[in-house]
Structure formats: C-alpha cells, structure tokens
Design a binder for this molecule. Structure first.
Ligand SMILES: Nc1nc2c(ncn2[C@@H]2O[C@H](COP(=O)(O)OP(=O)(O)OP(=O)(O)O)[C@@H](O)[C@H]2O)c(=O)[nH]1
Ligand SMILES: [Mg+2]
Length: 377
C-alpha cells in the first residue's frame, strides 16, 4: 500500500491569516432601508443579518433622518431612515441627491441597494411612495419594495397582491416586490429568500456581492453560490502551479492553497465568527491536518506510484481538479455543519460532520458527476 505524508507545519497560521485577508477583500454594501416608522425595518435587518445592526423600537422612533449603521462582524452598512421625510417627496429627493453627490466618487460610500418597506397592515401605497420609488430607480439605485408584517395578510396573500398591482401599474412592472415577516416559520411561505437573492444579484461588483453573502445569515444557498468563484479562483491557481508539473514531494504547495480556500469558505459561511479564539488553534490544526491527509489520499488515487515512485509528478489538470473537488466538498460540509446547528459547538460538529470520510465521499461524488458530464458532452 502506497503512503504519502504531506507536512503541514506552519499552515495553521496561514489558515487563520486568511480570515483577515478575505475580510480585506470585501467592500461592505450600503443598503438604504426606507419606510414609515414602525413598519418593521429594524426587524427585517435583524431577520436577514441575525443582528440588531439598527435597534428595534416598540414605542418611539429611535432613528432620525438618515443614519449609517455598521457592525464589525457583519460586512454591510445599513442606512436607516425614520420615515417622516418620505411623505415630503421634494425633501426626500433633495436628501438623496445630496447624499449621492457627496459620495459619488467613492464606491464604498455609494448607495448600493434600496429596500422600500411598506407594511401590509397599512394596506395602501400612497402617491408619494410611487414618486420616491421611481426617483430611486431613475438614479440607477437597484430598488425593490418589501411588504413587511405579512403575517397580518390573508393566507392567500391578497393584500400583498393588490399592493403589488398598484406598484406594477404605476412603475411599468419594473419594480420587484417581496413579502416578509419577523416570524421564522411564516417566512418559509414568503419571499425573503428571493429578496436576499435579488439583493446579491443586483450588486455591481464581486467584492460587494461577497460582503452581502457573508453578512446575510438567512440564505445558505447564496453562501454556497458565493463560495463558487473562490473555489474556481483557487483551482485556477492550482493549475498554474502544476503548469510545470511539480514533484509529489512538493504537494505542500497545493495544501497551502487548499487551506486558504477552506478559510475563505468558512469565512463566507460565517464560521470564523463562531469559533472562539480559545478553540481556534485546535480547530486550525485539525482542519489543516485533515486537508493534508485528504490531498495525500487523493493523489495516491490519481497518480500511479504517488506514494513511492521517485519522479511521480502532479500536473495542471490533477492539481486543479483535486482543488476544485475539495472546494466543492468543503463547501457542502460547511453548509451541513450550519444546517445541523452544531456550529456553536464546533468541536462537536467537526468530528461528526467535517471529517475525512465525509470529505472523500463528496469528492468522489463530485468527480463522478464531472465524469458523467464529460462523457455526455
Ligand atoms: N406582527 C408583526 N410585527 C412586526 C413585524 N415586524 C416588526 N414588527 C413589530 O413592529 C414594531 C416596530 O418594528 P421595528 O422593526 O422597530 O420597526 P422600524 O421600522 O424599525 O421602526 P422605527 O425604527 O421606529 O422607524 C415592533 O413592535 C415589532 O415587533 C412583523 O413582521 N409582524
Ligand atoms: Mg428601526
């Protein structure tokens, strides 16, 4: 039986450093949240980002005019409004114009999305709402309407439908409308996942999309989709490393890359914030050693004599396909960890879900799928 050991000393530090590198690549999207006081803007933020980036108020307005809220663990900025200014469209337009002019040159300060919230309980869309929505869209700010408190709608959602009809007729069918509530169970019947998807897809740059995907806690599919460009990037880098085939004894070059890829995937799913710093060292070394062993096992499968023969080499195609399938497997397992809600107890989740057997199963599944695609094409 062939054996191959890839040394992984020093890679645990690289794993942890990469969390910071990913954060440095992100640009926080600025989301303008508009709506009358009490419609549920803060509750919506809390539902999507898992945190009160702007505080929820029961009695009186806590926010005045436009305020930008940030949170060090959530890479979006929320520009919240109290709502009174919406009724005076002229003033509202002036405020927006001023904001856009001041921040025109700096992508990190522009308004990247606008969520215009209307409570289903109010059961009406007013002329100033239409005017404001059209104004934002005319300024090329991706703008959607969010019907809030939809738990108060009929089971068929008839209020939302009739409000949407008014908006469609007034705005020529170009404005998307979504339905949300602050109840997790009721949200399963509504379109909060579509709101998240629309928001991500309407951000103009990958760095902004990445920020949004990391920040939102609600839609794991979006996290999975956002991990894909990262995996492709690392697979391409692996191909470049193997362009001049490297000896198997240099496989640490690939493990280094795969360790960074794993840190990016963990970062996208928000796992880095879930791991307390005291267990971080243990986790890092466990993950790094797991990746090293998985790469060794797969090299032995793919390259005849990889474990023993002097002169066995890793070429571009092997380097990139192993990295790609490993990225696929890591992303799926990380998703499973979050779905199993073991993330708070990561030390328990790691051996149960994030282990070599499960990693290899997914790698094989991916390779089989890939082979099938190639045979069929
Ligand atoms: N039934 C129901 N109540 C909600 C929903 N969303 C928010 N609320 C309640 O409505 C009240 C106002 O919610 P907030 O999220 O503070 O509203 P806001 O728009 O941020 O209010 P201001 O910051 O004052 O402008 C709170 O008592 C919430 O609990 C919802 O989907 N359904
Ligand atoms: Mg609020």
């Amino acid at each position: 039986m062939d054996s191959l050991v890839i040394p992984v000393e020093g890679l645990a530090e690289k794993f942890e450093q990469q969390f910071t590198e990913l954060k440095n690549e992100i640009i926080n999207p600025n989301i303008l949240i508009l709506g009358q006081t009490g419609v549920g803007k803060s509750s919506l933020i809390n539902t999507i980002f898992g945190k009160n980036i702007a505080a929820v108020s029961n009695t009186k307005a806590q926010t005045q005019g436009f305020h930008k809220y940030t949170d060090k663990d959530v890479p979006v900025n929320i520009i919240d409004s109290e709502g009174y200014e919406l009724e005076k469209s002229a003033d509202f337009k002036q405020m927006i114009d001023q904001y856009l002019t001041v921040n025109f040159d700096d992508i990190s300060k522009q308004i990247h999305l606008a969520w215009y919230c209307i409570s289903i309980s109010s059961a009406r869309v007013l002329p100033y709402d239409i005017e404001n929505i059209k104004f934002l869209a005319d300024k090329n700010i991706p703008t959607c309407v969010v019907f809030t408190q939809c738990d108060n709608d009929t089971p068929e959602g008839s209020s939302a439908l009739s409000l949407q009809k008014v908006i469609n007729e007034s705005c020529g069918g170009t404005i998307k409308c979504f339905q949300v509530s602050n109840d997790e169970e009721i949200n399963k019947q509504l379109t909060i996942d579509e709101l998240i998807e629309w928001s991500r897809n309407n951000l103009s740059e990958e760095n902004l999309r990445l920020g949004f995907a990391v920040a939102q806690k609600k839609n794991l599919e979006i996290k999975q989709q956002s991990a894909e460009p990262r995996i492709k990037y690392y697979a391409a880098t692996a191909a470049a490393i193997g362009a001049t085939p490297i000896p198997v004894s240099d496989a640490i070059l690939l493990t280094t890359l795969q360790v960074k890829m794993c840190a990016d995937i963990f970062g996208i799913y928000g796992l880095d914030n879930n791991i307390s710093s005291t267990v971080k060292n243990v986790i890092s070394s466990q993950v790094v050693s797991l990746l090293g062993k998985t790469l060794a096992g797969n090299l032995i499968k793919l390259i005849p004599g990889a474990g023993t023969a002097v002169g066995a080499v890793i070429n571009a195609s092997v380097a990139s396909s192993i990295t790609f399938s490993m990225g696929y497997a890591i992303s799926r397992l990380t998703k499973q960890c979050i779905e199993s809600r073991l993330t708070g107890k990561f030390m328990e989740g790691l051996p149960v879900i994030f282990n070599q057997e499960n990693l290899n199963k997914l790698i094989d599944e991916f390779n089989a799928k890939n082979k099938e695609c190639k045979t069929n094409s």
